[in-house]
Design a protein around this ligand. Structure first.
Ligand code: MN
Ligand code: MN
Length: 300
């Protein structure tokens, strides 16, 4: 089961220059082969399918806790796309003026046709995310090796999207996810080391460039976020801490296992886009819920 928090892992700044094509590029990090939907669904299925959990519990807990974290990553990438799309078309109620006219130039016209200027489960070229991106062989060594490769591929894609999109919202998100993806790379390397004795962490960083080349990663690394693995559960997945031990392969600092989740930040309240009738419902009576809210002790 999953316990949900209405928060994002980090606070996202508002874009300085909203752009539908920047949003399209960022879609690769959501619904691309190496995007957050892929990491989420790979670790989710691998944890559901895990055999011999009692004997191999620490490995199960690493995959299960990281699966929990990836849910928050799809959220933060989706909100980045939504903020980049907010205000890109002409805002208003009059269809005759063609408020979506310039959207015929945007790479993913589905942002304006199939959704209300919002993220969709697709890559930067508008191809839908597919379950074919999930690898769950049932062989622990093979699955961990795949996950290590997947996180390295995800890191390469993030770096390239960073180079394509200069907007601060996208770069803040990429900076954070480079740091957290770096944690996952090391976690799967450590898991493989425990399983096989092979020093997989000697391979990092892949690609060769350090996270330090990206200024947005600095404050996260200064706060030790690159050294911390979270259980993403109040009680469970604690044996992941038996694998997340020793020091970080890049800076030699001690690794830290945290029971629970990061504090996070409120998700942005997305502005309305009336030209798409998103969200519509203009005649709703704002007082509709007030009596029952009072009874329930909810502040509105
Ligand atoms: Mn991720
Ligand atoms: Mn990851």
């Amino acid at each position: 089961m999953i316990l949900k928090m209405d928060r994002l892992p980090i606070e996202l700044p508002i874009p300085t220059n909203p752009s539908a094509n920047d949003a399209a590029a960022v879609q690769e990090l959501l619904g691309g082969k190496f995007g957050e939907m892929s990491t989420l669904m790979n670790y989710t299925y691998q944890s559901f399918n895990f055999r011999g959990r009692t004997r191999l519990r620490p490995f199960y807990d690493v995959i299960g806790s990281i699966a929990g974290e990836e849910y928050g990553h799809i959220e933060v990438v989706a909100y980045t796309i939504n903020l980049l799309l907010t205000g890109t078309s002409k805002r208003g109620f009059d269809p005759e003026s063609g408020p979506l006219k310039k959207m015929t130039d945007s790479r993913i016209s589905r942002h304006f046709v199939a959704s209300g200027q919002g993220a969709l489960p697709m890559d930067s070229m508008g191809d839908w995310w597919s379950g074919e991106n999930v690898f769950s062989s049932g062989n622990l060594k093979l699955d961990l090796l795949h996950n290590f490769f997947l996180e390295c591929g995800a890191r390469a894609n993030k770096m390239r999207v960073y180079e394509m999109v200069t907007d601060p919202t996208a770069r803040e998100m990429v900076g954070y996810l480079l740091v957290r993806g770096g944690v996952h790379i090391v976690a799967y390397a450590k898991a493989l080391e425990h399983l096989t004795g092979v020093e997989v962490s000697k391979l990092v960083p892949i690609p060769d460039l350090s996270n330090k080349a990206f200024p947005e990663t600095r404050k996260y690394e200064q706060n030790g976020i690159h050294r911390r693995l979270y259980s993403f559960s109040a009680e469970d997945y604690r044996q992941a801490g038996m694998i997340w031990t020793g020091t970080h392969p890049e800076d030699g600092q001690p690794l830290e296992f945290v029971v629970g989740a990061p504090e996070g930040a409120p998700a942005p309240d997305l502005e309305e886009e009336p030209q798409l009738n998103a969200p519509g419902a203009m005649d709703i009576n704002p007082e509709m819920f007030q009596t029952v809210a009072k009874k329930m002790g909810i502040k509105m």
